[in-house]
Design a protein around this ligand. Structure first.
Ligand code: SF4
Length: 322
């Protein structure tokens, strides 16, 4: 193998193992699936909205906002023509407000380049700026019923544990997608992908997998490894996770992070009448009571970043929502 050749995945899991996992997981999902509103629709726009919201935000926080957002912008066209400031306002308090701007720019691109119809193939979906492979797969599968695999954080973790065993190191995204494609049950992509996400969110969680109540105990490779090495109750899964956690950068309180202050700026601008700008010198003390002239370069940098992300509009007279 050359120095540049990525290591290949272990061999495709045995057909018997794959079949057993399909049977157990799909039966479990049929009985235990979470009742989520985006599962009651195949409207590609509604699914796009839910997927954008679910990036970086927990389901229980997305639930009330999802319905509200769709009530405000019921169609892709309504979203595309709305003032960006209104879209950002409707997104708060989900956070990571850039997603709102990105979502609107996707809507505008779909209107401009696809006659208002969200494409149904992974290749075309990936041409939409701001849509990655996971979201493309989710829309193709959940809205259009395409038989495609898709890998988000939960699916990655669950597939790894079931088919490859305890996570000793991080497999590449390409390898995990390859595995997801190898084990996709024919004709069952929708319930399969949803089931993997549900299992990852409720039982096979990152820090505290509930193996004793898991329908996949028998075929799960990670579970077999843990049993073999008598790793319960404080198994290697958890030790591995602790190692990863130890490598995390030193903790910084959220209220002193730049993300916090970016949110504060957007929140404050939302309170102003439409089109009204606020000079930076006035904005500083509004978002940070102890603001001093030393903070000015920091504030300028924050505002520049927000402008680059399309979240604010900057001019000589000051800043406003776009
Ligand atoms: S048996 Fe444990 S590790 Fe395996 S899928 Fe279930 S919860 Fe995850």
């Amino acid at each position: 193998m050359s120095e540049h050749t990525p290591p290949s995945l272990p061999a495709t899991p045995a057909p018997d193992l794959i079949g057993q996992v399909h049977a157990f997981l799909l039966v479990w999902y049929a009985a235990e699936q979470r009742d989520l509103p985006w599962r009651a629709t195949n409207d590609p726009y509604a699914i796009l909205v839910s997927e954008m919201m679910l990036q970086q935000t927990q389901v229980d926080r997305v639930l009330p906002k999802y319905q509200q957002f769709l009530a405000t912008f019921p169609t892709l066209e309504a979203l595309a023509v709305a003032p960006t400031a209104e879209v950002i306002s409707a997104w708060v308090p989900l956070g990571y407000n850039m997603r709102a701007v990105r979502l609107q720019s996707i809507a505008r691109q779909v209107i401009a380049e696809y006659e208002g119809r969200i494409p149904d193939s992974i290749d075309e979906l990936l041409k939409l700026k701001g849509i990655g492979r996971y979201t493309a797969g989710a829309i193709a599968c959940f809205a259009y019923g395409k038989q495609v695999a898709t890998v988000d954080t939960n699916i990655r973790r669950v597939l790894h544990r079931i088919f490859l065993g305890i996570e000793q190191s991080r497999e590449s995204d390409a390898h995990m997608l390859e595995l997801a494609e190898q084990v996709l049950p024919p004709g069952e992509a929708y319930p399969w992908n949803q089931a993997l996400m549900d299992l990852g969110a409720t039982i096979c969680t990152s820090n505290n997998p509930q193996c004793s109540g898991c329908p996949l105990q028998e075929p799960c490779q990670a579970y077999q490894e843990m049993c073999q090495h008598s790793l319960f109750p404080s198994g290697t899964v958890l030790r591995q996770l602790r190692k990863v956690a130890e490598k995390k950068p030193a903790y910084q309180p959220f209220t002193s992070s730049n993300r916090y202050f970016r949110g504060r700026i957007v929140d404050y601008l939302r309170t102003l009448p439409a089109e009204q700008r606020v000079p930076l010198a006035e904005l500083g003390p509004r978002i940070k009571p102890e603001f001093s002239s030393d903070d000015f370069p920091w504030l300028q940098k924050l505002v520049k970043g927000l402008a680059r992300d399309g979240l604010v509009d900057v001019a000589d007279e000051g800043v406003r929502l776009p």
